[in-house]
Design a protein around this ligand. Structure first.
Ligand code: C2E
Ligand code: CA
Ligand code: CA
Length: 446
């Protein structure tokens, strides 16, 4: 009798054909997640999926084969998901997924949802051999985030995912097989997702470029340049880093980009050793790259054949990097400093600005964020702030670079701070590295 009871319980909550949770259990999970979501601001993901043209398949091959197909699809979907994720069969060829994760923002939830949906689609698209024929299945996926508003309900969540699912494959949505209920969110996630895929490809396809922007001293003499990444996209043209660095920074991609730029910059330093004077090159290193365990060794290896180049390499870090785990940061900086590498704080004044870390870390330079320089000539607060930064830097024996020197007005204003070096459109825009060296000195062999 107990076995019968257990079997009945099981059947109440599960689908007999696939053994997956059924609609009842799924609804229960949704309710539980919704309850969690009410206590904080986090966001969860639900999807509804079904097999494209399953009705036709059913008619052509018969119910038995169709059932076998559903079994295979169910296990392929399950394999792509994590343990805590719920995969349920709603009915017919309709499945639903509730992801276990909850996210701090709608953007990161949507981004993750898009990634998982892509994996589910790919898993189901693998050729499937059944009853002597090879089938290729497509999956339509509708996604919604929840809670969408206060008192969101399980039934509503499912209905939204289903609505999105019905738009999948429509000419209106461009025939896309993955659709978000919130179309605007869908579009931005889609754009981001594609860019990320293309960026992976860009590194190997040789689409990245290093541009250099001059830095000059108080008399306008060039002391070196900052390396700025560009992406020469085959269709979109030259993509500025503001459009792809923030996306890359969410993933390990940024480490690959930074690694590539560092390699290029070290090569440029080596090639410019014969220039008189040999220029200093600054390079932006992202928090993730700086924190990656192999960073110090990697750079050491890169610089080993060019010991003199290290002394002309400046690494720009943002304040955010420094406050995180200050001991590890100091250790890494010391290890690289021993090679001759110097450190600069980028966008200074926009971050945490704690004087304690300035004193404790082996720094070389502060770069005053361009927003302050741009306003300083006509905004007393910004002018005072720039003055303050310059005097703090003086006490700590740090060099200062003013970013965003766009016009003669900015340059004139900076005359009251003679020791400060300058960078900005007034002295030169970022240009391809080869062009920069061509202008820098025709006498050197770079
Ligand atoms: P950033 O490090 O603050 O770089 C300076 C940015 O200001 C550059 O934009 C530069 O073109 C721009 N700029 C220079 N002079 C002026 C001026 O006079 N007026 C104005 N309005 N802007 C000026 P860009 O090249 O678009 O780079 C944007 C950001 O992308 C950089 O800001 C940096 O945070 C990031 N980035 C660029 N290259 C790399 C890289 O190789 N690795 C990493 N991790 N980040 C990079
Ligand atoms: Ca920078
Ligand atoms: Ca900057």
């Amino acid at each position: 009798i107990r076995q019968v009871q257990e079997r009945m319980d099981y059947l109440t909550w599960h689908d007999a054909l696939t053994g997956l949770p059924n609609r009842l259990l799924l609804t229960d999970r949704l309710r539980q997640t919704l309850k969690l979501g009410q206590c904080d601001t986090r966001v969860a993901v639900a999807m509804v999926l079904d097999i494209e043209r399953f009705g036709a398949l059913n008619e052509a091959l018969g119910a038995q084969v169709a059932d076998a197909v559903l079994g295979v699809v169910a296990s392929r979907l399950r394999r792509q998901l994590c343990t805590g994720d719920t995969l349920a069969r709603l009915d017919g060829d309709e499945f639903a997924v509730v992801l276990a994760g909850v996210y701090d923002s709608r953007e990161s939830a949507a981004h993750h949802a898009r990634r998982v949906a892509g994996q589910l689609g790919a898993a189901v698209a693998e050729p499937l051999e059944i009853a002597g024929s090879v089938l290729r299945l497509g999956l339509g996926i509708g996604i919604t985030l929840f809670p969408k508003y206060e008192n969101d309900e399980a039934g509503e969540v499912l209905r939204r995912a289903q609505t999105a699912r019905h738009r999948a494959g429509d000419p209106e949505t461009g025939g896309q097989s993955i659709v978000f209920f919130d179309e605007r969110m869908g579009e931005s996630v889609e754009h981001r997702f594609r860019l990320e895929q293309e960026l992976h490809h860009a590194i190997n396809a040789g689409e990245l470029r290093v541009y250099l922007q001059s830095q000059v001293d108080q008399d306008g003499r060039i002391t070196g340049a900052e390396a700025l990444l560009r992406w020469q996209h085959p269709q979109r043209g030259l993509v500025p880093p503001g459009e792809f660095i923030p996306i890359a920074e969410c993933t390990e991609l940024i480490v690959q980009l930074d690694r590539w730029v560092l390699g290029e910059v070290v090569a440029l330093l080596a090639r410019s050793a014969g220039c008189r004077p040999a220029p200093t090159l600054s390079v932006n290193v992202s928090p993730r790259m700086f924190a990656s365990p192999g960073f110090v060794d990697e750079l050491r290896t890169l610089l080993a054949p060019h010991p003199d180049s290290a002394r002309r390499l400046v690494i720009e870090l943002t304040e955010g990097v420094l406050v995180h785990d200050p001991e590890v940061v100091a250790e890494r900086m010391a290890a690289l400093g021993a090679l001759g590498v110097r450190f600069s704080i980028d966008d200074f004044g926009t971050g945490y600005s704690s004087l304690t870390y300035l004193k404790r870390l082996p720094l070389h330079e502060l770069k005053i964020d361009r927003s302050f320089i741009l306003e300083a000539p006509h905004d007393a607060d910004d002018a005072a702030l720039v003055g303050l930064i310059v005097s703090v830097a003086g006490h700590l024996r740090l060099e200062v670079v003013a970013e965003g020197v766009e016009t003669a007005v900015h340059a004139d204003w900076l005359r009251s701070h003679p020791g400060v070096r300058r960078q900005g459109y007034l002295y030169g825009r970022p240009v391809p590295a080869g062009d920069w060296f061509g202008d820098y000195a025709s006498g050197c062999d770079a």
